[in-house]
Design a protein. Structure first.
Length: 207
């Protein structure tokens, strides 16, 4: 069985992006059991699959998101794929929530007092909301008086906004303070939805 076929099967079945090291681990396990062959590396298999899908004008593609690889239907088919699934209940992120999220994304790791110093208002409820939606996470405590929690964006944040890493965030001008506008300016996450033909949805500013 070729490495390319194994990689394709793994991407098809995975509910979330798989990074290169995880794919190599899984393929290596198959090879050690005698079921993988073909001499290709996982990276070469990924590139070959991409070419196959592009040249064959397939309705799906391999995308890089959240520092991993995922199989998704192409955006132009989203309206048809969406018809297969029940409408989901969305919660639109408010302006203050997006602004708080933008501050965390650009200033991370950052504490609640630091966020409040920028926004000028309490953000307790907003941080709780963002934690519940798994868009941010607690990443230890700052070594200062009171040892406040440090907040960072999560992998879910990258998936939601269609980013491979936080380095893909829109750049700020020198001296500019982040606001929710930076996140609103991002292109929507691939509207083709989740892995292997899941429903496509425009997720910018929504959960």
């Amino acid at each position: 069985m070729e490495v390319k076929s194994i990689v394709e099967a793994l991407l098809f079945a995975a509910p979330e992006p798989l990074n290169l090291s995880r794919l190599e681990q899984l393929v290596s396990g198959a090879a050690s059991s005698g079921s993988a062959a073909g001499g290709k590396t996982v990276r070469e298999a990924l590139e070959e699959l991409r070419r196959d899908y592009d040249e064959g004008r397939r309705s799906f593609q391999i995308v890089e998101v959240a520092r991993g690889y995922q199989l998704k239907t192409r955006p132009e088919y989203a309206s048809w794929v969406r018809k297969l699934f029940q409408p989901r209940q969305y919660f639109r992120l408010s302006g203050p929530t997006l602004e708080t999220l933008a501050i965390i994304a650009y200033k991370q790791p950052v504490t609640r007092p630091e966020i409040e110093a920028i926004r000028g208002v309490s953000v307790d409820g907003i941080l709780k909301n963002l934690l519940e939606r798994e868009l941010i996470k607690i990443d230890g405590q700052k070594e200062v008086a009171g040892r406040p929690y440090l907040y960072r964006t999560s992998r879910r944040f990258l998936e939601h906004f269609g980013l491979n890493s936080t380095r893909d965030l829109p750049p700020l001008e020198p001296g500019e303070s982040p606001t929710g506008g930076e996140l609103n300016a991002l292109p929507p996450a691939d509207p083709s939805g989740d892995s292997a033909g899941a429903a496509g949805e425009e997720r910018q500013g929504k959960i």
